[in-house]
Design a protein around this ligand. Structure first.
Ligand code: ZN
Length: 278
């Protein structure tokens, strides 16, 4: 019996491998969140809305056949989520991540909850690329990007596919452009930066639970999203954030103008690491 089991595990590596979903969370794409002050990490209502959406996603993933879900508190300094209220079967990752975003752990899949779209998108609720106040625009190999592209590309670098996103319509569109088969749960529609039509919290949770459940079956069919190297990462800061005097001395960097710097790496990991190293 033991030998049979051993042979089975040996011939079926998929069975032998735990299905772990890495769930990256943010606040601006949560249903019912439409004003800037709601994104304060200590805002009680936002915390409830976000946690509810996360827990619905966790339920869906487990229901769909995932073995475990690791939730990263990705919003503003990792101070929004609590183990008191997170789904009992999920694990909570708190704190900053390095340039590789932990993808060297080769999760089975990555998903987003509460995701917003990249900067400069019309109808994107609180749309921004990593920093609303600090960054005007970010280009990856010449293409404007935000968290959605960068995370997908970093995951893809380590062979991990994106299977699911919940957020506003603009964020869903953005992911579908690069991963057409990903499951999306659209919890609100943006009319302007701070004007939205949102589902109720209950309806948003139902939608997310279902999308998460369906998405687990996509593991193995959705290809990891990859950005071909060499990779350039161009960051245009806002006017009040002109580059420091020694910016041109940074490794792999080229200063393009007073607010714009470009990093060049052999792949996304190297380019992102150069940008992040101070
Ligand atoms: Zn964000």
């Amino acid at each position: 019996m033991r030998l049979t089991l051993y042979l089975l595990l040996l011939t079926c590596p998929v069975w032998a491998q735990k299905k772990t979903i890495f769930l990256i969370t943010d606040a601006e794409g949560v249903g019912g969140v439409c004003r800037q002050e709601q994104t304060e990490p200590k805002d009680q209502e936002m915390r409830q809305l976000l946690t509810g959406e996360i827990n619905a996603a966790v339920e869906g993933f487990l229901d769909g056949g995932a073995d475990e879900v690791l939730v990263w508190d990705g919003h503003d300094g990792s101070q929004t989520l609590s183990t008191l209220t997170i789904h009992p079967k999920a694990r909570l990752l708190m704190g900053g991540l390095g340039a590789s975003m932990l993808f060297e752990r080769r999760f089975s899949a990555v998903a987003y909850v509460g995701q917003h779209s990249k900067a400069n998108i019309r109808g994107g609720i609180m749309a921004h690329s990593y920093s609303s106040l600090g960054i005007q625009n970010m280009l990856l190999n010449g293409k404007p990007v935000g968290e959605i592209d960068v995370i997908a590309a970093m995951a893809g670098h380590f062979g991990t596919p994106v299977i699911m996103l919940s957020g506003d319509q603009a964020a869903a569109n953005e992911l579908r452009e690069i991963v057409p088969d990903a499951e999306v749960a659209v919890v609100k529609e943006g009319l302007g930066r701070y004007t939205c039509i949102s589902l109720s919290a209950a309806a948003a949770r139902d939608l997310i639970r279902e999308a998460a459940r369906r998405s687990v079956a996509r593991i193995g069919t959705i290809k990891p999203y990859t950005v071909p190297g060499p990779v350039t990462l161009q960051v245009e800061y806002t006017t009040r954030n002109s580059l420091p005097v020694d910016a041109g001395l940074r490794t792999g960097a080229e200063v393009l103008d007073d607010r714009t710097i470009r990093f060049r790496g052999k792949d996304i990991l190297e380019a992102w690491r150069l940008y992040r190293s101070r």
